[in-house]
Design a protein around this ligand. Structure first.
Ligand code: AMP
Ligand code: GLY
Length: 422
């Protein structure tokens, strides 16, 4: 088969690597890809959001299966457009991707179908939003822009002034554009967070190994929110008891609700969960693999990923028995100094071989923001790479991942030293 992976980050590198292991695969393209991915797939410089060009490319190259990884092209309907041309896909159609692209949609879905989540109110003007928060007078309060906002659309306001500033920046200054036409104002929940990525064909849902992200920039969960600074799998808070409760109260009800609404979800549905004192609650849904969760989940997958993707496309996921390796995985993100604020690009990276890897057992470097020039690797983004290891358990995986990080360097590299220690 000829397979196209759409996207350019560490998640896409992990997808390419897992797909490459399949006996069914003859050729992998990644569009646009990055420096490190080019060692594993042919990278073609087409923007992930350029639907016309991507579909045209897929038709021309006779792609059998297009794996659409990022949220934007999914929300824009890339899967629908590929299907119209007879190309098989992995990822939800536009009418199901809305579970991520509209928080108002997802909150209403949870309310209508009794799926546990933070209580909330949807408000469409700044004055009313501020009045509502004043009346509630309960802090912290959580304010979310309705639409996609590069993962930055959530404000946790500790005071009325912070809440006002947040509402005004989203709804008046429109820092996220039309995504801020409406806001969701939510109850603040507490408890450990768990990410569960799940394969689903719209009827059957098969959760993957659980994982834990580390969203803040600095050790001890301090500093600004980022796209994710590291992950471990499995998540120690996700006990089998919690897993069962999640399946009964969250995963199955969500899949059935989407089917009932005529929006069957096919692909990877990401459940962002909080294990509150009152049980598991949904923080958010994503319509795609998480980044950097994918980098620790897919290395533990034993079953052929392409077989799973085909079973999902053909709606026969129930037939598959998906197997996982025992043990654990850990991913440490090496970021450019300054990230998530401004940072330089083009700094030489040392320690990697010509394929952008380290020659260490059980270690894979998933490239995110790198480019390759004259045979060497340069930084080209905020999150530069996810250094990942698998091991007999969490401690073993973490030790290997941090040993590997110690062998790679670039000027002002920043990484957290406490991934997986909570
Ligand atoms: P999101 O972009 O929706 O994943 O939110 C970013 C982060 O904000 C989450 O990972 C949580 O740590 C936090 N968060 C979002 N909603 C809530 C909530 N209702 N209560 C507490 N924390 C929240
Ligand atoms: N790691 C969080 C996300 O992919 O949205």
């Amino acid at each position: 088969m000829k397979i196209l992976v759409v996207g350019s980050g560490g998640r896409e590198h992990a997808l390419v690597r897992a797909i490459k292991k399949s006996s069914k695969v003859e050729k992998i393209y990644c569009c646009p890809g990055n420096g490190g991915i080019s060692a594993d797939a042919e990278c073609v410089n087409i923007k992930a959001t350029d639907i016309d060009a991507m579909v045209e490319f897929a038709v021309k190259e006779k792609i059998d299966l297009a794996v659409v990884a990022p949220d934007d092209p999914l929300a824009m309907g890339m899967v629908d457009r590929m299907n119209e041309k007879g190309i098989m896909t992995f990822g939800p159609r536009q009418n199901a991707a809305v579970i991520e692209s509209s928080k108002v949609f997802s909150k209403n879905l949870m309310k209508d179908f009794g799926i546990p989540t933070a209580s909330y109110e949807v408000i469409d003007n700044a004055e009313a939003a501020i009045a509502y928060i004043e009346k509630q007078n309960k802090f912290p309060v959580v304010i979310k822009a309705d639409g996609l906002a590069l993962g930055k659309g959530v404000i946790i306001a500790e005071t009325m002034q912070e809440a006002k500033d947040g509402i005004n920046s989203i709804m008046e200054d429109k820092i996220f554009g039309a995504s801020g036409n409406k806001v969701v104002i939510e109850e603040f929940m507490t408890g450990p967070e768990v990410s569960v990525l799940a394969f689903t064909d719209g009827k059957t849902v098969k959760p993957m190994v659980s994982s834990m992200d580390h969203k803040r920039a600095y050790d001890g969960d301090k500093g600004p929110n980022t796209g994710g600074m590291g992950t471990i799998a499995p998540n120690p808070y996700y006990t089998s008891e919690v897993a069962k409760q999640c399946m009964d109260e969250i995963f199955l009800p969500t899949i059935r609700a989407m089917e009932k609404l005529g929006r069957p979800f096919k692909g990877c549905l990401y459940f962002g969960l909080m294990i509150t004192p009152n049980g598991p609650r949904v923080i958010e849904y994503n319509c795609r693999f998480g980044d950097p969760e994918t980098q620790v989940v897919l290395p533990l997958l034993k079953t052929d990923l392409v077989d799973i993707m085909l079973a999902i496309y053909e709606e026969r996921l129930h037939e598959l028995d998906i197997e996982w390796h025992d043990g654990g995985a850990a991913c440490v993100i090496m970021a450019s100094g300054g990230y998530p604020g401004s940072y330089p690009k083009g700094l030489p990276i040392s320690g990697l071989n010509e394929n952008g890897q380290l020659e260490l057992a059980d270690v894979t470097v998933y490239h995110a923001g790198t480019k390759k020039e004259d045979g060497s690797y340069l930084t080209n983004g905020g999150r530069v790479m996810g250094v990942t290891a698998v091991g007999s358990d969490k401690a073993d995986a973490l030790r290997k991942a941090y040993d590997a990080v110690g062998k790679i360097s670039f000027e002002n590299a920043h990484f957290r030293k406490d991934i997986g220690t909570k």
